[in-house]
Design a protein around this ligand. Structure first.
Ligand SMILES: [Fe+2]
Ligand SMILES: [Fe+2]
Length: 207
């Protein structure tokens, strides 16, 4: 099933929808913690602090949306409260590993330089994905007249992509080349995640 076909199925089933929101919340939280982990205690900037704060807010905001459907659903990020839990946990961590491997091999980076460059590329690829994913989700929510909404996340994610491009421009003149590589790696992992998601939902619907 394609992503835009999967969404109405998820939204129309409260149990699936709460787990979907919780899964997105987990992924936002993973992203937020990764940004915080890359922060240099001395050279951290306004833009990085703002970004980390907003990603943490997204994780909390998505968690709060669950209450609109079922107040007691998904209290934690334990696997029974997630969709495609293994793949959802794997996605961002693997992207980080792949990007670090690329940066070490292609640019010979290490230490804090490697950490910062990986933050730039991983986050760029995720922002490209977020700018595509959230508007499609919001449209599906509107079509279903759902009380859940992610408009405030969409607004902030648009700002993040611009901020990442600015940071990448001052990082390397040929930033687009490396950013495209990161997007390519992310696309493979996203497809894999979608395949697991689709399989889980199709199996649940058939039982
Ligand atoms: Fe986010
Ligand atoms: Fe973001």
């Amino acid at each position: 099933m394609k992503f835009d076909e999967l969404l109405p199925v998820i939204i129309n089933d409260n149990q699936l929808h709460t787990r979907w929101l919780n899964t997105l919340s987990l992924m936002e939280n993973t992203g937020a913690r990764k940004i915080s982990a890359c922060e240099d205690t001395e050279t951290v900037t306004y833009i990085i602090l703002k970004h980390a704060a907003e990603e943490h807010r997204h994780a909390f905001y998505l968690k709060k949306q669950i209450e609109k459907i079922d107040k007691t659903a998904c209290p934690t990020y334990s696997s029974p409260y997630l969709l495609a839990p293994a793949s959802s946990r794997h996605y961002l961590n693997q992207l980080d590993v792949d990007v670090c491997r690329y940066l070490k091999k292609e640019l010979g980076l290490k230490g804090s330089e490697l950490r910062f460059a990986a933050y730039l590329l991983v986050t760029y690829a995720i922002e490209v994905r977020a700018d595509e994913l959230y508007p499609i989700y919001q449209e599906a929510l509107d079509n279903a007249s759902s009380k859940v909404n992610v408009k405030s996340i969409i607004l902030e994610e648009e700002g993040h992509l611009e901020e990442m491009i600015k940071q990448l421009q001052s990082f390397a003149p040929d930033w687009q080349l490396h950013a495209d590589k990161a997007v390519e790696m992310e696309s493979g992992l996203f497809k894999e995640w979608l395949r697991h998601l689709s399989k889980e939902i199709t199996t649940k619907k058939a039982s």
